[in-house]
Write a protein that binds this ligand. Structure first.
Ligand code: MD3
Ligand code: FE
Length: 204
C-alpha cells in the first residue's frame, strides 16, 4: 500500500524494555489524562500522555496541540533521545519530531476511525511504535468511505505513514489481550511521533 511502511520487529525485546522503562517513568511522573470528545465530552477509552515540546489533547473545546499537560499545567516531559534517533533513522526530513503521543490501551479500549489532521504541516511522515499486546489496526484512504484493511501490529513493530497515506483514515479496532507480557498489567502502549509546525525544506 502506497505510503504505508510496516517495519515488523524493528525493536528487539531488549530495546522494547529499555524504551518502555524510560517512557513509563516519564509518563507516571507527568500523569495520564483521559481525553474527551469535542462538544459531547464523551471520554475516550484510551489514556494519553505526551512527551516533547508539544502535546495533542482533546476536550469539550476541541482537538489541539499545547505545550502543557491539561490537568497539571506542567510542561510535557522531554522526548527520549532514543525516539529522536528512531525519527532520524526513518522520517527522512530535516526536522526534529515535536510530539510523541503516548496511548495506553487496556484490553477493551479502542480508537475509532479518524485522520491525524490537527498538525500545521503534513510534509513530515508520522511514525508509530507498538509495545505490549498486539492490536488490530485498520487503515483506509483519504475519504471515510474508502475501503479499509486490517493489519495486526505487534510489540516492536514500527509503522511509517507518508505521502498519500499521511492523511488516511485509521483506527484501532481491538487489543488482542494476553499476547505479550511486556506491559505490567497487560495491554498496549503506542508511541506516535509527529512534526506539528512547518519546517524549512532543504533545497536540492
Ligand atoms: C495512519 N494511534 O494516536 S498508530 C493516533 O495505535 C493513532 O495508538 C493509533 O491513530 C495507535 O492518532 C495508530 C499508527 C498510525 C499513526 C498515525 C497515522 C497510523 C496512521 C496517520 C495516518 C495514517
Ligand atoms: Fe491517528
Amino acid at each position: 500500500m502506497e505510503g504505508l511502511r510496516v517495519l515488523r520487529g524493528y525493536l528487539d525485546r531488549t530495546e522494547q524494555e529499555a524504551l518502555l522503562g524510560e517512557v513509563l517513568a516519564a509518563v507516571e511522573e507527568a500523569g495520564w489524562f483521559r481525553p474527551r470528545m469535542p462538544r459531547s465530552g464523551r471520554p475516550f477509552s484510551v489514556l494519553m500522555c505526551n512527551l516533547g515540546p508539544l502535546g495533542w489533547v482533546s476536550d469539550e473545546r476541541g482537538y489541539r496541540y499545547q505545550p502543557h499537560h491539561p490537568e497539571t499545567g506542567r510542561p510535557w516531559p522531554p522526548m527520549p533521545a532514543r525516539l529522536r534517533v528512531l525519527w532520524r533513522e526513518l522520517a527522512g526530513v530535516p526536522a526534529e519530531p515535536e510530539c510523541c503521543l503516548v496511548n495506553l490501551y487496556r484490553p477493551g479500549a479502542r480508537l475509532g476511525l479518524h485522520r491525524d489532521e490537527d498538525e500545521e504541516t503534513f510534509a513530515a511522515p508520522i511514525l508509530s511504535l507498538s509495545l505490549g499486546d498486539a492490536a488490530v489496526f485498520r487503515i483506509g484512504g483519504r475519504r471515510r468511505r474508502d475501503p479499509t484493511r486490517r493489519l495486526v501490529l505487534e510489540s516492536g513493530d514500527v509503522v511509517v505513514m507518508e505521502g498519500e497515506r499521511r492523511l488516511a483514515y485509521h483506527g484501532i479496532d481491538r487489543i488482542l489481550a494476553g499476547t505479550s507480557d511486556l506491559l505490567p498489567g497487560g495491554g498496549r502502549l503506542s508511541l506516535t511521533l509527529r512534526r506539528v509546525r512547518p519546517f524549512a525544506e532543504r533545497r536540492g
